[in-house]
Write a protein that binds this ligand. Structure first.
Ligand SMILES: [Zn+2]
Length: 217
């Protein structure tokens, strides 16, 4: 809980949120097993998810509520091994979604790669966790970088590649631009929202990616 509070405080600063977004109240539910996890998603969040849920799914945020699978159930009910640092990053990731949902003009229609990308990037999962950084590094080394169009149209690619487009926007245009997208872009066409030259953006992004990953990889 202490970590959750710290997380909200830090993200409030990051998002330059003047309003007290959650009125000092975020509800975190820890489900002791997958059944309970699904029950809470259905009955507290009223979200219809496909049952049984995938074992890779361990968190579900909505507005001021966050349902988490308790780490004590990880061994039997998830594909993950519990690790405190990973868990803190997961918490940050989910809370980024909550802030974003609150601030965004249209969370439903914004490109998936942006919403996942900003959550992965701000929680630094891409720096520490292979699951997030490997696809990009491998893709660059194998010279298999998808087009932004492909990423836009594919959920898996959105998770794998979104963070490095957000990182590129942050490093090139500044974090204000990332915030501007988070708040004001309500469409799938995030690149068109910030640039009149989408081809040029893509070319520069690829160039940046090739140079950056050579160093990292
Ligand atoms: Zn996410």
């Amino acid at each position: 809980m202490k970590e959750a509070k710290k997380c909200v405080y830090e993200l409030s600063k990051k998002f330059v949120a003047k309003e007290d977004i959650f009125k000092n109240n975020i509800n975190i539910y820890l489900a002791p097993n997958r059944n309970e996890f699904e029950y809470l998603i259905l009955n507290i969040l009223k979200i219809n998810v496909k049952m049984p849920t995938n074992k890779g799914r361990i968190a579900q945020p909505q507005r001021a509520d966050l349902i988490l699978l308790c780490p004590s159930a990880y061994d039997t009910d998830s594909i993950y091994k519990y690790n405190f640092d990973d868990y803190k990053r997961l918490l940050t990731h989910e809370m980024v979604h909550m802030f974003h949902e609150h601030l965004s003009v249209d969370m439903e229609n914004i490109a998936r790669w942006f919403s996942e990308g900003i959550a992965i990037y701000l929680s630094k999962q891409n720096e520490y966790e292979d699951e997030f950084k490997r696809p990009v590094i491998d893709g660059v080394l194998d010279n298999k970088i998808p087009t932004i169009e492909d990423i836009n149209n594919d959920i898996m690619l959105s998770y794998d590649w979104g963070w490095c487009i957000v990182k590129y926007i942050d490093e090139t245009y500044g974090f204000d631009t990332v915030l501007n997208i988070a708040r004001n872009c309500g469409s799938n066409d995030v690149i068109g929202f910030i640039s009149n030259d989408k081809e040029g953006f893509e070319k520069n992004w690829r160039h940046w990616l090739l140079n950056t990953c050579k160093i990292v990889g």
